[in-house]
Design a protein around this ligand. Structure first.
Ligand code: ADP
Ligand code: MG
Length: 322
């Protein structure tokens, strides 16, 4: 089969894969997709690339790769409070392997269905494996979540649990003793790494109550710092309050804390809520979110208890920033 016909097969294969939305006038097949954005809402757009050997292992399960490539993009929409609508897919493949493509597109389609997001176009090329997805969503102007909207006194929350994906990565790299976690816990942390669930549903419930949010892709401290510098504020974080899964609680405390604070790929949300709304907010979303600290006027990021950063020997740069 020639390369052209292989790749035209792929296009045929990708059309009809994801839910048909009413706001798509013309999807895959023409030179451009024709889309009908809603009036009175802002369009949120973002793009992310995953490269083989950089963002994933070349031999990763293609179903999981399809899921994750879309998940990381949906997570960016969640962090803005935007409701997912459409995505495009630029796929570079070393070869057109039908089995691989079927699994890859199934992983992508299953997640797309959960979030009612439609694949409306893309591009397919031959070369080293890489996946670029651009997503678009919509958000009412008053419901936008921005990095620059945190205010002194706001309470800081995170969703889910932290550090699991980091533990999964250590495990895959053979850097976590295998007997530290039982089989179920090992599967849990690896799934957190390979099949992340973006927090889009929670994000839609936050908008209106929270003003500032970010998704945790690079580790809590790194991502929280983006909120702090954009908002020109500081924060105090209570490390004893960090939400740790049952699996992370089996890992020695110092390593678990380090993973929860600095490891990436969790795709949880970190967001702020004004202090006068925080208690009620916390009760309403109990079990899904955890209060971990507070925004301060001074431009410092402080980890409590006081000596924790020194004790853990990775404090450099975490105490002060400008
Ligand atoms: P063009 O030459 O006009 O760029 P292509 O041959 O690249 O067109 O693509 C033809 C159609 O198939 C377009 O509508 C394009 O959006 C779609 N398409 C190509 N590759 C993909 C893909 N990987 N996923 C989804 N749609 C794709
Ligand atoms: Mg093209």
């Amino acid at each position: 089969m020639s390369q052209t016909s292989e790749f035209s097969l792929i296009k045929t294969y990708f059309s009809g894969l994801t839910p048909d939305r009413d706001d798509v006038t013309l999807g895959i097949g023409d030179d451009c997709a024709l889309l009908a954005p809603p009036a009175n809402e802002l369009q949120a757009t973002s793009v992310d690339t995953l490269v083989s050997g950089v963002h994933f292992f070349a031999d990763v399960d293609p179903y999981k790769l399809g899921h994750k490539a879309l998940a990381v993009n949906l997570s960016d929409l969640a962090a803005m409070g935007a409701k997912p609508a459409w995505f495009t897919l630029a796929l570079t493949l070393p070869e057109a392997n039908t089995e691989w493509l079927q699994a890859f597109s199934a992983g992508m389609a299953d997640l797309a269905k959960q979030h009612n997001v439609q694949l409306v176009g893309g591009d397919t090329t031959r070369g080293p494996l890489s996946i670029t997805i651009q997503v678009t969503g919509f958000v009412e102007p008053r419901k936008v979540l921005r990095r620059d909207a945190a205010k002194p006194g706001d309470i800081i929350f995170v969703s889910g649990t932290l550090g699991d994906a980091g533990a999964g990565l250590l495990l895959k790299q053979g850097q976590l003793p295998v007997d530290m976690l039982n089989e179920q816990e090992q599967q849990f942390v690896i799934d957190r790494l390979e099949l992340p669930n973006p927090r889009n549903l929670l994000a839609l419930q936050l908008s209106g109550e929270s003003q500032a949010a970010i998704d945790i892709s690079d580790g809590l401290l790194a991502d929280l710092k983006h909120i702090l510098s954009a908002s020109r504020v500081g924060a105090v974080i209570d490390t004893a309050a960090l939400p740790l899964s049952a699996a992370l609680q089996k890992i020695p405390t110092e390593l678990a804390l380090k993973l929860a604070l600095t490891a990436g790929d969790d795709y949880e949300l970190c967001f702020t809520v004004p202090a006068d709304k925080a208690l009620q907010f916390e009760a309403k979303h109990a079990g899904q979110i955890k209060r971990i600290g507070e925004i301060t006027a001074s431009l410092e990021l402080t980890l409590l208890p006081d000596n924790i950063a020194n004790k853990l020997d990775w404090n450099a740069g975490y105490d002060h920033f400008s």
